[in-house]
Design a binder for this molecule. Structure first.
Ligand SMILES: [Zn+2]
Length: 149
């Protein structure tokens, strides 16, 4: 039997977090951190609510996961995030020494790949998991926002 806990399964959980952000009027990006098929942190973007440009989903998920584990390093952990991490988040992920990053949609302008942010040598990165769902949600958000203004 196939393991039901694959990248798609956990990316759906990250998308649920992005939907929560959407409902709150936040740019809809969600993240979960997983260790041994178990979710230990769930977070979504809260930059508006917290008035804090650092309140990206990944930043909060990193803090929550470290609290859960009782240690600052995220060894053997995988981050699922609906949008390619920015430079700030990639930098924080570097320090966390996380084992794997799986993202959904690409961010050509502010993403860590085009900006060539260095990841930790122990970190693997995979992109494009449920990217259409993730980018549709972002597009819908910006269309609705434009119509309100
Ligand atoms: Zn970020």
């Amino acid at each position: 039997m196939e393991n039901p806990f694959d990248d798609t399964y956990f990316m759906k959980k990250a998308l649920q977090e992005a939907e929560i952000a959407f409902e709150k009027g936040e740019i809809p990006v969600g993240a979960v951190i997983v260790i041994e098929d178990r979710i230990i942190a769930r977070a979504h973007n809260l930059t508006e609510l917290l008035n804090d440009v650092t309140a990206h989903a990944e930043m909060q998920a990193i803090t929550a996961a470290a609290n859960f584990l009782g240690g600052k390093y995220l060894h053997n952990c995988t981050l699922y995030v609906t949008l390619e991490p920015c430079q700030m988040c990639a930098g924080a992920l570097y320090w966390s020494q996380i084992s794997k990053i799986v993202y959904g949609a690409s961010d050509e302008e502010r993403g860590c790949i085009n900006l060539k942010t260095k990841l930790h040598p122990k970190t693997k990165m995979v992109g494009g998991v449920l990217q259409d769902e993730a980018s549709q949600l972002l597009k819908r958000f910006f269309i609705e926002k434009r119509n309100l203004n």
